[in-house]
Design a protein around this ligand. Structure first.
Ligand SMILES: [Zn+2]
Length: 444
């Protein structure tokens, strides 16, 4: 554990925070009661609202337009009075979100939008970053991982791989972190074999990555070696589909820990060792699941995720909806933690295609498990309001009957008046972020 403590100390030095203290805080807070959470959130609200009203031009205008003053919002229960702020508002007015005293908060610039297809930029202050990091580590610990002491295989595009460039500083930093990086661009079978050998020979027991990235390794291992036992695998940034979980749990012979994360809004929710619904990380933001009137839904009901970041003073996010949907759960988890629980729904709202015949098609509602028996990769593309394509890369050869079957499936889900076609391709383009998108709409 000395290595773990040393790595934490060095990270704190690099980031300018006592990371050990933050880690201790999130270890304690995970067992807070519902009453303690309410008290903690209420203690932050008034100061945050007053700050945003005074320093963020966007929120000043937003409050004024709604006829609200900071005095109207004193507790979490008052948040419902604030109209929902949407991703489109962030895209259109991003600069105005920024506080006029943002310079006091050591901001880090971020981009998002890989999975939603609507890229946008925002700033995160260093404290929110550090708190998010501590929360991420807590989730990894639920899977048995110890930062710095255990090697973590990281399989993703550029954004999840810290210090991906060369140079001694980055190499040293990777050594301290004890990450083993597997960049997913330009992977070949030879490279996959090399990575497999490394992971096996050096007894790497933990992996992290996008589901689609980890699937590349899982499928290679499955075809050539059968299994590659791990202690825990952490998935993030993309929707984890049921068939992906099944395959990876078989190949890696361990449970998956899925996470929902939303940098714009500082929302996080993670799977615990009981592997049920996701625990909301309530330390960094208030997550509400709301109906179309902005009111919190009841237990078991579906709604839109709305976030209020508690500490991102330099770039406030208040009542911000990133475009994701979830089911609220008031079930008490067997692990004893009393945080809010959610079940994130397959597909973001931006994954819904509005078709010319009036139907709304959610591509994740297609029977994807049926597709994956013979198909290595697929993507549903809305080419126009009345035209939808399914791109597939088959695992081997695929029969004409099967393609006809897929065509019929797509026709059935799209309804009358929509032209659909199934295209067998060799390659499906990957965005720069490396996050694979199952659905893409070319319709503005
Ligand atoms: Zn739990």
């Amino acid at each position: 554990m000395i290595k773990s403590k040393l790595a934490l100390f060095l990270l704190g030095k690099k980031e300018g925070f006592d990371m050990g203290k933050l880690v201790k805080f999130v270890h304690r807070s995970q067992y807070w009661t519902k009453e303690q959470w309410t008290e903690y959130h209420n203690a932050q609200i008034a100061v945050l609202i007053e700050h945003a009203y005074e320093h963020s031009p966007f929120y000043k205008r937003w409050f004024d337009t709604a006829g609200l003053t900071p005095e109207d919002i004193r507790t979490v229960d008052d948040l419902v009075k604030i109209p929902i702020v949407r991703k489109n508002d962030l895209i259109a007015h991003g600069v105005e979100f920024r506080a006029d005293n943002a310079g006091d908060y050591a901001m880090i610039h971020h981009h998002t939008g890989g999975t939603t297809g609507t890229p946008c930029a925002y700033d995160m202050d260093r404290y929110s970053w550090a708190l998010n990091w501590a929360l991420k580590m807590r989730t990894f610990e639920w899977g048995g991982y110890h930062y710095g002491a255990d090697t973590l295989g990281v399989m993703a595009g550029g954004s999840l791989i810290p210090g991906k460039r060369g140079g001694w500083k980055n190499r040293l930093w990777r050594y301290v972190n004890n990450y083993y990086s597997i960049p997913i661009s330009h992977l070949t079978e030879d490279l996959l074999e090399q990575h497999y050998s490394y992971l096996k020979n050096y007894h790497v027991r933990f992996m992290r990555g996008y589901p689609s990235a980890l699937m590349i390794l899982a499928e290679y291992v499955c075809d050539h070696h059968g299994t590659l036992p791990m202690q825990a695998v952490f998935t993030t940034a993309e929707m984890l589909l049921p068939h992906q979980r099944k395959i990876m749990e078989e190949v890696f012979q361990c449970k998956l820990f899925d996470t929902y994360g939303c940098g714009d809004g500082m929302g996080n929710a993670t799977e615990c060792e009981m592997h049920g619904e996701l625990h909301v990380c309530e330390e960094c933001s208030i997550m509400q699941i709301v109906d179309k009137n902005g009111k919190e839904v009841k237990d078991g009901e579906e709604g839109e995720i709305v976030l209020t970041a508690l500490y991102n003073y330099g770039f406030p996010f208040i009542r911000y909806a990133p475009g994701d949907r979830a089911v609220k759960s008031e079930r008490k988890c067997a692990c004893g933690r009393e945080t809010k629980m959610i079940r994130v729904l397959n597909g973001r709202s931006s994954d819904n295609f509005k078709l010319a015949n009036g139907k709304i098609l959610n591509a994740f509602s297609l029977p994807i498990e049926e597709l994956t028996e013979e198909i290595r990769q697929f993507q549903v593309v809305q080419e126009a309001k009345d035209r939808v394509s399914l791109l597939i890369i088959p695992k081997g050869t695929i029969s004409k009957e099967r393609i006809k079957g897929l065509q019929a499936l797509l026709e059935y889900h799209c309804g009358e008046g929509i032209t659909v076609d199934v295209q067998v391709v060799d390659y499906i383009e990957l965005p720069v972020s490396g996050k694979r998108r199952f659905v893409v709409s070319k319709v503005k």
